[in-house]
Design a protein around this ligand. Structure first.
Ligand SMILES: Cc1ncc(COP(=O)(O)O)c(C=O)c1O
Length: 340
């Protein structure tokens, strides 16, 4: 049931849905709250994680525009780029990835997500952090160059965090309504939904989805890079563009509706602290669930630290969205091994 009408644009089916929502029994007992995890890491195997929900809309648009190639960008171990490379292979599209690395003349080893990118046939263009600042311009240039050779390229902005991509998590909220009804005993049980924020599209979709589907939920995100102000701008812009593009009759206010749990970036984007890796291992051992080092591990760590400070800071029911990223663990084996 929606409180405002939204007609979703075409979507292709890539994700295995619905994903399960599971109670984290041992951690809940330890912390004194009802902690649940929405297993969006199980949207697929190699093609898994939150990006699949966004790509269902974005790639439908690319196919609608008769593209034969998709171009996207991210960090060297980008989950979004891996998901795009695999989805492109499934759809018979070519894929070009602009991946960020400190020294493009000396690219990182073919491991983790990079291995899967390469195996799925993606063409990788290594770019420096300085060039990455101009990623949209570089992708437009790559698209124009392909155009000249008779190909038709479709650039996908970082993380597919556009108004169209955010619809993936508006739609996921519809699924969460069922999860909340089935596992918490009623759709109107208040809860807090927490996820990692990297490029902001997941959080934007959840914020709008909660309004569209009238979910009694506080939506919060732990930023894994940058800071609160950056994400208020980033998520605010995606929300406002989505509202405008899809004519949503929604009351949205950046400062009121976007809650960022800042303070857990730690050593920086993609860099881990021992305490984060220790928690990832603890969750694997106590719940059999693997968080990733770059996004979900940091966000989960932030959430647990906040709960340790005040067990009721998010209310009695908390849902953590596991957005995937398991392949990032393999590039951290050297840091994880001494902790085991
Ligand atoms: C595993 C994982 N979790 C969370 C995120 C963050 O999602 P978003 O970019 O939509 O903020 C990403 C990507 O950035 C990701 O790869």
């Amino acid at each position: 049931m929606t409180t405002c009408s939204l007609s979703f644009p075409p979507q292709i089916n890539l994700a295995s849905l619905p994903t399960p929502m599971q109670p984290l029994r041992r951690l809940s007992e330890k912390l004194g709250v009802e902690l649940y995890i929405k297993r969006d890491d199980l949207t697929g195997a190699a093609l898994s994680g939150n990006k699949i929900r966004k790509l269902e809309f974005v790639l439908a648009d690319a196919l609608g525009q008769k593209a034969d190639t998709v171009i996207t960008c991210g960090g060297a171990q980008s989950n979004h780029c891996r998901a795009t490379a695999i989805a492109a292979a499934m759809l018979g599209l070519k894929c070009r990835l602009l991946l960020r690395t400190p020294d493009p003349s000396n690219p990182p080893p073919v491991a983790g997500n990079i291995l899967l990118d390469r195996m799925a046939g993606a063409e990788i263009v290594w770019i420096s952090p300085q060039d990455y600042q101009k990623r949209d311009e570089l992708m437009a240039r790559e698209a124009a160059a392909l155009q000249e050779t008779g190909r038709s390229a479709y650039p996908i902005p970082e993380g597919a965090s556009t108004a169209l991509g955010a619809l993936g998590y508006v739609r996921a909220t519809e699924e969460l309504v069922n999860d909340i009804t089935n596992t918490m005993g009623g759709a109107h049980q208040p809860c807090t939904i927490i996820s990692a924020a990297g490029s902001g599209g997941t959080s934007a979709g959840l914020i709008l989805g909660a309004k569209v589907f009238d979910v009694n939920a506080r939506i919060a995100a732990v930023n894994v890079c940058d800071d609160r102000d950056y994400f208020i701008r980033q998520i605010g812009t995606i929300c406002e563009n989505t509202i405008a593009d899809y004519h949503l009759d929604i009351d949205f206010d950046r400062q009121r509706d976007i809650e960022i749990i800042d303070g857990y970036v730690g050593r920086g984007y993609g860099l881990s602290r021992a305490e984060e890796l220790t928690l990832i291992t603890e969750v694997a051992r106590t719940e059999g669930i693997f968080l990733d080092p770059v996004y979900t591990g940091k966000a989960f760590y932030g959430m647990i630290e906040e709960l340790k400070r005040d067990p009721q800071c998010f209310g009695q029911r908390v849902i953590f969205i596991h957005t995937g990223g398991i392949y990032g663990l393999f590039s951290k084996a050297d840091e994880l091994a001494p902790l085991l």
